[in-house]
Design a protein around this ligand. Structure first.
Ligand SMILES: *[C@@H]1O[C@H](CO)[C@@H](O)[C@H](O)[C@H]1NC(C)=O
Ligand SMILES: *[C@@H]1O[C@H](CO)[C@@H](O)[C@H](O)[C@H]1NC(C)=O
Ligand SMILES: *[C@@H]1O[C@H](CO)[C@@H](O)[C@H](O)[C@H]1NC(C)=O
Ligand SMILES: *[C@@H]1O[C@H](CO)[C@@H](O)[C@H](O)[C@H]1NC(C)=O
Length: 450
C-alpha cells in the first residue's frame, strides 16, 4: 500500500520544477482592465508641469482603480515629491507613459506595490521612466536615499517596458512575490556599489530582456528563492549577475540563468557567502558571454566583503556551468574560474563544461578550485568531500573562446556626480537574439488602450 502510494506520489515530487513561462504574469488582460475602468491621474490632481507632486494623485487613482482597472499616467513630465505605497490591488494595472522626476528626499521606496494580485506595471509607449536623480545623493557620498521600485507579496504580475534611471539606492526589488514576468526594461544607474539593478527573492518568476548599467548587482537572486528563470540579460558596465550574499538558512533552488552578456563588470556570475548554512541546489548557468570583466565565474564561500556568519557554510549542490565564452580583463590577476567552496561544507555535483575564456592582457590565466566536487577543469571527482585547493595555470588560449561583442557596449561609465540621461529600451540584449516580446510601443493600440 505504502509502496504503491510512493510509486505514484514520487514522480511529480522528483520532477524538477521549472518556470512555466506560460503561467506567469497577470491573469486578466490590460485591455479588459481598461475596459472596466481607467483612472487617469490628471483627474486626481496631477499636472504635467514637472513641479506639482504626482504622489497623492497616483495614490488616489489607485484607490479608485485597484479593484479592477488601470491607473493611467499620460505622457508628460511630473515631479515625484512624496512616495506611493500601493496596497491591496487585484486585477489592476499601472500604465506609466509619463516621466517621473524625483524631487522628494525621504528614504524608503518611491513606488511600493504590496499585497496585490493580477497586476501589470508597464509603459504602453515603452518610454515611461522614473528619473531618480541619485547623483544628488551620490555626489555627497551617500547611497542611503530611496529605492525606486519594490514589489512585496505581489502575485500573477508583470513589469515591463519601463526605464529606471539613477536610483539613489537600489533600482528594483521583488520580495516574496510569485508568478511574475519582468521584461523589456533598461536600468541605468551610477557607477558605484549599492545601486543594485534587479534583486529578487521570490518564486516562479521569469526575468528576460533587461539591460543594466551600474556598479553593483545586475540581476541577482537572494534567499529564499525557488524557480527563477533569468534570460537575455545585458550587464552593460555593471557589478554583474550574482546570487547572494547568502548567510543563515539559505534556501534557493531551481535557478537558471541563460544568455547572459556581461561587459566591463566585476564578474560574469558570482555566488557569494561567508559561513552560514542552508542550501543552494539545481542551478544552471548557461550561454554566458563576457568581455572586459574583472572576474568571470566566481563562487566564493569566504567572501571577505561579508561578515562571517555562524555555520559550516551554505551547501551548494548540483551547480552546472555550461557554454561560457569570451575574454576576461587580466587572467593572471583574476582567473576566469574561481570555485572556492566551504572547507567544512564542500560543494557537490558541480559541472563545468564547454568553458572557453581567455585573457585580454598577458598570456596566462588560472583556474582555482577549493573543496568543490564534480566534473570539469580543476574540480575533484569522487565523494570523499574533503577540503583541498587546486590551482591550474593555463598558458594557451582555449579553442573556441572568441565570442561576439555587442555594438552598444558602454565605453565609459556614468559617474556619480552629474545627471544620467534617460535612455531608450534596446531591442537586443544578447548577441544575435531578439527579445521574446515586442516592445509595447510596437504592438497594436488595442492591446494597451488608454
Ligand atoms: C524636470 O525637473 C527636473 C528638476 O526636478 C529637471 O532636472 C528636469 O530637466 C525637468 N524635466 C524637463 C523635461 O524639463
Ligand atoms: C542555521 O544557523 C542558524 C543561526 O546560526 C540556526 O538558528 C539555524 O538553526 C541553522 N539552520 C540549519 C538548517 O542548520
Ligand atoms: C540538477 O539541476 C538541473 C537544473 O539545473 C535539473 O534539471 C536536474 O534535474 C538536477 N539534478 C538533480 C539530480 O536534481
Ligand atoms: C549600453 O550602454 C550604452 C551607453 O549608455 C548605450 O548606448 C547602449 O544602448 C546600452 N546598451 C544596452 C543594450 O542597454
Amino acid at each position: 500500500m505504502l509502496a504503491a502510494f510512493l510509486a505514484i506520489g514520487l514522480a511529480p515530487l522528483l520532477a524538477i520544477a521549472q518556470v512555466d513561462t506560460d503561467s506567469v504574469g497577470p491573469t486578466t488582460s490590460y485591455a479588459s482592465k481598461a475596459d472596466n475602468k481607467i483612472c487617469n491621474v490628471l483627474d486626481y490632481g496631477a499636472v504635467a508641469d514637472n513641479s506639482t507632486d504626482i504622489g497623492p494623485p497616483i495614490s488616489d487613482a489607485w484607490d479608485e482603480c485597484k479593484d479592477g482597472g488601470v491607473v493611467y499616467i499620460p505622457p508628460g513630465d511630473y515631479a515625484l515629491n512624496t512616495w506611493v505605497d500601493l496596497t491591496g490591488g487585484s486585477s489592476c494595472a499601472i500604465n506609466l507613459d509619463g516621466i517621473l522626476y524625483r524631487t522628494g528626499t525621504d528614504g524608503g521606496n518611491m513606488i511600493y506595490i504590496e499585497h496585490t494580485t493580477d497586476f501589470e506595471l508597464l509603459s504602453s509607449t515603452s518610454a515611461g521612466a522614473v528619473q531618480g536623480f541619485g547623483y544628488v545623493f551620490h555626489a555627497e557620498g551617500s547611497i542611503d536615499g530611496p529605492r525606486i521600485l519594490r514589489l512585496y507579496e505581489v502575485e500573477d504580475f508583470s513589469v515591463h517596458d519601463l526605464i529606471l534611471v539613477d536610483s539613489p539606492s537600489f533600482h528594483f526589488s521583488m520580495d516574496t512575490c510569485s508568478n511574475g514576468e519582468v521584461y523589456n526594461m533598461i536600468i541605468r544607474g551610477g557607477n558605484e556599489g549599492g545601486l543594485d539593478g534587479i534583486d529578487i527573492w521570490s518564486e516562479n518568476t521569469w526575468i528576460h530582456d533587461i539591460s543594466v548599467t551600474n556598479k553593483d548587482e545586475c540581476v541577482t537572486v537572494k534567499s529564499p528563492a525557488q524557480n527563477i528563470l533569468v534570460e537575455s540579460i545585458y550587464c552593460n558596465w555593471s557589478g554583474g549577475c550574482a546570487m547572494g550574499s547568502l548567510a543563515d538558512d539559505t534556501d534557493i533552488s531551481d535557478i537558471t540563468y541563460r544568455n547572459i552578456y556581461t561587459w566591463s563588470s566585476n564578474q560574469m556570475y558570482m555566488i557569494k557567502s561567508n559561513g552560514g548554512n542552508g542550501t543552494v541546489s539545481n542551478v544552471l548557468l548557461e550561454n554566458f558571454i563576457g568581455h572586459g570583466n574583472a572576474y568571470s565565474l566566481d563562487i566564493d564561500q569566504y567572501w571577505s566583503s561579508e561578515t562571517t556568519a555562524a555555520g559550516d557554510g551554505v551547501q551548494l549542490n548540483n551547480i552546472t556551468i555550461n557554454n561560457w565564452k569570451g575574454t576576461e580583463e587580466d587572467g593572471a590577476e583574476r582567473g576566469p574560474i574561481r570555485v572556492v567552496c566551504s572547507d567544512t561544507a564542500p560543494c557537490t555535483d558541480v559541472t563545468i563544461e564547454d568553458f572557453a575564456m581567455w585573457t585580454e592582457e598577458g598570456d596566462s590565466q588560472w583556474y582555482l578550485c577549493e573543496s568543490a566536487y564534480g566534473d570539469g577543469v580543476c574540480l575533484e571527482s569522487g565523494d570523499d568531500y574533503t577540503s583541498y585547493t587546486t590551482t591550474v595555470t593555463v598558458t594557451a588560449a582555449p579553442s573556441g573562446y572568441s565570442a561576439p561583442t555587442m555594438a552598444a557596449d558602454l565605453t565609459s561609465a556614468f559617474g556619480t556626480d552629474s545627471p544620467i540621461p534617460i535612455p531608450t529600451i534596446p531591442t537586443s540584449f544578447y548577441p544575435g537574439l531578439t527579445p521574446y516580446s515586442s516592445l509595447a510601443s510596437a504592438l497594436p493600440t488595442s492591446i494597451y488602450p488608454v
